[in-house]
Design a protein around this ligand. Structure first.
Ligand code: NAD
Ligand code: UDP
Length: 318
């Protein structure tokens, strides 16, 4: 198949492109490089089945494809709050553009939605039926409401225009190709620990998250895209739930770091808890995560070590 991946140079997108190329598909990666990085896809650039287009999803585009994965959108709070209006445009206009493309070409289109549609959840663990608790005027709303509106558009295009859709709700995912500077908790803690700097826990660190290793996540994404009838929304994430303080302690232990934990102010509207109920993914996609947090952290720490060695060597070469 010929497959379009929007946001293909980002953290998740680059892993997806790699997996699709390995499965012998032709991949078109569309990205405006706002948070993506050419380094993530450098190894694919010379591949015959890989094409890179620098383009913004908020502007319409035409390609002939069989499937579309819509991942274009900054995902870390630091990046999506940098230009909130642009973040909403990316989610909403991006969705309209990929859905229009899918309508014209007959391609199946998958939306990378998020556990953020549940906001600060009052139902725990979160099931797909839960409608969420989002502060619609807070600083996270540009992302949360943008993604909620994108889901609405997907279902309206499906009902009104019979577009073949898939909607996936992704819970916190981590692994190689995360941007070391994007402010997300796993990358922040690992970088701080490797540098021997203080580990910045926001608030008391009693808030929880459930962390999914990227390889598991991509497997779930591809299974949903290729399921014969399941539209979603489907939660994909690792139900293993940890407090942020526990995560900090694990990172210190696994990096063998001398870093100390410090506490900083909790950001506005930071959700208190988050854990996916993955019953639907288990029963319909026969999917569940295989890599636990300890193993996934080891792999991610190894990546960040390699990244910093490479940068130091790079600096010396300069
Ligand atoms: P990322 O920031 O690493 O990747 C996003 C990619 O989209 C980047 O390459 C960026 O340059 C590109 N992009 C942003 N705005 C664009 C625009 N207007 N036009 C074209 N390209 C644009 O983030 P990620 O973690 O890889 O997330 C990928 C998708 O998965 C996002 O839609 C995100 O909302 C969703 N998601 C991710 C997580 C997670 O934990 N990683 C959790 C929930 C949902
Ligand atoms: N967090 C933290 N220290 C950091 C970065 C994040 O304590 O240096 C916390 C943050 O307040 C949140 C959790 O870690 O409670 C996850 O944050 P992240 O930005 O990774 O993702 P999200 O809040 O979108 O789930």
């Amino acid at each position: 198949m010929r497959i379009l991946v929007t946001g293909g140079a980002g953290f998740l997108g680059s892993h997806l492109c790699e997996r699709l190329i390995k499965q012998d598909h032709e991949v078109i990666c569309l990205d405006n490089f706002f948070t993506g990085n050419k380094e993530n896809i450098r190894h694919l650039l010379s591949h015959d089945h890989f094409e890179l287009i620098r383009h913004d999803v908020t502007d319409p585009f035409k390609v002939e494809v069989d499937q579309i994965y819509n991942l274009a959108c900054p995902a870390s709070p630091v990046h999506y709050q940098h230009n909130p209006i642009k973040t909403i445009k990316t989610s909403v206009m991006g969705a309209i553009n990929v859905l229009g493309l899918a309508k014209r070409t007959g391609a199946r289109v998958l939306q990378a939605s998020t556990s953020e549609v549940y906001g600060d959840p009052e139902v725990h663990p979160q099931t797909e039926e839960y409608r969420g608790n989002v502060n619609l005027i807070g600083p996270r709303a540009c992302y949360d409401e943008g993604k909620r509106c994108a889901e609405t558009l997907f279902f309206d295009y499906q009902r009104q225009n019979k577009v073949d859709i898939r909607v996936m709700r992704i819970f916190n995912t981590y692994g190689p190709h995360m941007d070391p500077m994007d402010g997300r908790v796993v990358s922040n803690f690992i970088v701080q620990a490797l540098k021997g700097e203080p580990i910045t826990v926001y608030g008391e660190g009693s808030q929880t998250r459930s962390f999914c290793y990227v390889d598991d996540l991509i497997e779930g994404m591809i299974r949903l895209m290729n399921h014969k009838s399941l539209i979603g929304p489907v939660n994909i994430g690792n139900p293993g739930e940890f407090t942020i303080l526990e995560l900090a302690q694990k990172v210190i232990e696994q990096t063998d770091s001398k870093s100390k934990i410090i506490h900083k102010e909790l950001p506005t509207d930071d959700p208190l808890q988050r854990q996916p109920n993955i019953t639907l993914a288990k029963s319909e996609l026969n999917w569940e995560p295989k890599i636990d947090l300890d193993e996934g952290l080891d792999k991610t720490i190894e990546y960040f070590r390699y990244l910093s060695i490479d940068r130091i060597l790079g600096d010396l070469r300069c």
